[in-house]
Design a protein around this ligand. Sequence first.
Ligand code: UD1
Length: 420
Amino acid sequence: MDKFIIRGGRPLHGEITIGGAKNAGLKLLVAGLLTSERLVLTNVPHIADIATMRALLTQHGLSAEAVNGDKTTLSVGGDITSTEAPYDIVSKMRASILVLGPLLARCREARVSLPGGCAIGTRPVDLHLKGLETLGAKITLENGYINARAPNGLVGERIVLPFASVGATENLMMAATLAKGRTEIVNAAREPEMVDLANCLNAMGAKITGAGSGHIMIDGVEALHGAQHRIMSDRIECGTYACAAAITGGDLRLIGGQIEHLGAVVRAFEEAGVEVTQEGDAMRVRRTGALRGVDIMTEPYPGFPTDMQAQFMALLSVAEGASMITETIFENRFMHVPELNRMGARINVHGSSAIIRGVHGLSGAPVMATDLRASFSLIIAGLAAHGETILSRVYHLDRGYEAVERKLAACGAAIERVKD
Ligand code: UD1
């Protein structure tokens, strides 16, 4: 298992290129199940979760191959030879549940392992299943697996989601592209990744309108065809490096970063005393004055993203005054708190809220990564801390961030990866 050794106290200056979005790329790979032709994706991030999704597609009979040796371009296609998504892959990565809708729509049956719990909460999939049942699927749960069948194909219907779930909206949107008639998804998730997925599906011949709003309409078609699509840039990776720039009092240009995808995060940065501007194709982040405490609540898009909560908490741990962060999306997403406190932060958790009392400085310590975003919050803290921080269990980070140490070191950070 790899570790990171970080020596803090150096402001970050320079440029970082933001990669393709993990949370868009995973679903776009899955979209390859909806056609017998090849789907070519560009700007694919080189991260472990994408490798896991490729393994799952291989299990279904598809291939996802690099084009001309370029790992950022994948050609997805082939015949579906198995409609089963086994436990060993689904338990590794929850996004695997997204094959359920496409397999059911295309092959009229699917057997997908239930994902079970994960580090940041129980995360049920009831909304995915209820929505597919509304489209006519017969679903039973047996031996830890979801067995879904639609012998006569799915039929369009009106689905009202009680919560704007990202995954459920995507699963249902993909399934509905091949259903008979019109599907409406009401209270749909509005994340920019939804728009990216809909754009790709439409390029494949789907008829989707309203993606990005809370009301999506899909007119089913007989078949989808191949297409080429560029994966949007990763707004969470961008926001994460912005926190690193801000905590070190640095100045970074984040190439590919788009302020319009980070509205609530940019507002929080500005309130905290961090300057964020769009300069052509780059988002520039700099801080010259003091950091101020801010109150934040995570919400579905366009609210403040839960995937930025841990990183922002690290930033606020050294801000003047007190801050409060309330987590409304996941019930157990404060696992970074005890680790940040070991580095000298003063954070108390009360139910779903954390009170952060700003301290003058953090001190390096051995800390442990617990999940993807929590891991990066410890790097952010380590970049500002006096002395050495040793972050273990870096594999959590490798799931979703590409070349972290290379990107940070190029901007002046003292960070190295060591093998255990
Ligand atoms: C996606 C993102 C994840 C992000 C999250 C919220 C991917 C691969 N992952 O996860 O990074 O943190 O959106 O922005 O894109 N829920 C139910 N029943 C369901 C589905 C969800 O109760 O059937 C609950 C979950 O337990 C959770 C909340 O709804 O508390 C949000 O989940 P959801 O929006 O579905 O997130 P994911 O798609 O899992």
